[in-house]
Ligand binder design. Structure first.
Ligand code: GDG
Length: 473
């Protein structure tokens, strides 16, 4: 296998295994956003992607897929349970989302996290060419930057954090807080979604490690007494705006949107929520507000329907099993109380759909509800905006989602404030087309200018100008 000048390291490879057997035929490109985001970059460079192929207890050889070298890292079922479901999704995920659910701190999970991070770092070190750039993705791999730097001081290392970085008062709960900070500081550039995340990180570094920080720079002491400058800065991620806009213009997808409206009984207004079924997304808060509006007589199920797509997620983590029960109880209560023979209050879909169907739903929706309690960015908000070539539709957007920093013309809401949320929903369903258009145009300008290509370019150019390791003072 040839060595690569650009190496992406992510928990998952950008492919799913579809058949028994080996070789490129057994793999299909996975639909994720990161894959689309990095595909053009990987094609331009001599790229390799290091990640878990999604099948436990199986070793795969590296292989070429659509012009990118894929380097599988194998995980045992036990490691999936301890490192992925445990430490990543039951410790770090809830802690970094402001402890909406209680994080569990288990030493065996941490040990597995260290072991698996080491395996990813070794795989990346083995495939990176002399002086290559390595871009590590997300919270499952926070220790990789430092491990990699120790093994390969010649590399330029970037890290992007897709989820929030919490305030120091919360972060400091983590028994392994120093190791995590030191792990991340192995990178030359540490990218966050929001300015607030980068400042939380810098503050944790000052408080915990006593390193000096100035603007976005952090002085990291080296073994030889010198310091190295690491950059911690916001690089808000985005979507492939043009491809959403193109899908939304396709006659078959527009026809499908009309068909969806028809099959819901032609309500005057369709409200839509699209989320992974996750406790960070505030699904219960939106159901509560909506249910009360019907109960109070402000909304009528003959006129209004809420479509809630809740795609299955992390179904082996206990908090997610419970959450699903709670949401499904709420949905069936509201529907039981208010449905008529011909109309339903909530059309609830615990399913995943192809992107074409998502865009048809975006086109059918008069109001998009994004009520996250905490969210790194929230790409769904941007996808809705990108799909509305007609400059119609209203986006309700939680101020706790990273997207709120850019989409100032949305109807911003605090999901904890149920009365405020109800007022905003009423404002959205009655908003005149002129105001919808003004707001939507302003938001569309943002997602057109700042698309995902601009995101990866700006991160990689910050990385290219970052100081190579160990050359300061
Ligand atoms: C993390 C951070 C940050 C969902 N259901 C289906 C489907 N989706 C797609 C959406 C969107 C993506 O999945 C979800 O992205 P989000 O950004 O909304 O949320 P997370 O999954 O929590 O992502 C988040 C993101 O990383 C990127 O940095 O924005 O804050 O939590 O693209 O459309 N897509 C299809 N069928 C579904 O059923 N095709």
């Amino acid at each position: 296998m040839t060595l690569a000048d650009l190496v992406v390291v992510a928990n998952r490879l950008p492919v799913d295994h579809v058949a028994d057997g080996e070789g490129p035929d057994a793999w299909r490109r996975s639909p994720g956003g990161l894959v689309t985001a990095l595909e053009p970059v990987m094609r331009r460079a001599d790229g390799a992607w290091v990640g878990w192929p999604g099948v436990p207890d199986t070793e795969f050889e590296p292989f070429e897929f659509e012009g990118t070298a894929l380097v599988p890292v194998s995980l045992s079922s036990e490691e999936v349970e301890l490192y992925y479901e445990g430490f990543s999704n039951d410790t770090i995920w809830p802690l970094y989302h402001d402890v909406i659910a209680a994080p569990r701190y288990r030493r065996v999970w941490w040990d597995a996290y260290v072991r698996v991070n080491r395996r990813f770092a070794n795989a990346a070190a083995a495939v990176a060419a002399e002086g290559a750039t390595v871009w590590v993705q997300d919270y499952q791999l926070q220790l990789v930057p430092r491990m990699l730097r120790e093994a390969r001081p010649d590399l330029t290392i970037g890290y992007f954090h897709h989820i929030p970085f919490p305030a120091y008062g919360l972060f400091s709960q983590l028994p392994w807080r120093r190791q995590v900070l030191e792990g991340l500081l192995g990178a030359d550039v540490i990218g966050f979604q929001r300015v607030a995340d980068a400042s939380n990180f810098a503050r944790a570094v000052r408080r915990q490690l006593r390193y000096e920080t100035k603007a976005s720079g952090i002085r990291v002491p080296q073994d030889d007494g010198s310091t190295r400058l690491a950059l911690a800065k916001a690089f808000p991620i985005s979507i492939d705006t043009a491809s959403y806009s193109e899908l939304a213009a396709r006659p078959d997808i527009r026809a499908r949107a009309a068909e969806i409206r028809q099959s819901l009984g032609n309500p005057k207004r369709i409200l839509l929520g699209v989320d992974r079924l996750d406790y960070t997304k505030g699904i219960q808060h939106r159901l509560k507000a909506y249910g009360e509006l019907i109960a109070d007589g402000h909304l009528n199920v003959e006129d209004v329907t809420l479509v809630q797509v809740a795609s299955p997620s992390r179904e082996r983590v206990e908090a997610y099993v419970q959450l699903r029960d709670e949401i499904e109880l709420m949905v069936s209560r509201i529907n039981g109380d208010f449905d008529t023979m011909g109309h339903t209050a909530i059309r609830y879909l615990h399913q995943a759909y192809p992107r074409e169907e998502m865009v048809a739903l975006f086109l059918a929706a008069d109001v998009m509800l994004v009520t996250a309690l905490r969210d790194g960015m929230n790409l769904v908000a941007k996808e809705y905006v990108a799909s509305r070539n007609d400059n119609r539709g209203v986006l309700l957007l939680s101020e706790f989602a990273g997207a709120a920093d850019e989409l100032g013309s949305s109807l911003r809401i605090n999901p904890h404030d149920i009365e405020g949320l109800k007022d905003a929903i009423m404002r959205a369903v009655t908003m005149p087309p002129g105001e919808q258009g003004r707001r939507m145009r302003a938001m569309r300008r943002k997602v057109v200018e700042n698309d995902v290509d601009a995101w990866s370019r700006s991160f990689l150019s910050a990385l290219a100008t970052a100081r190579p390791s160990g050359d300061e003072e």
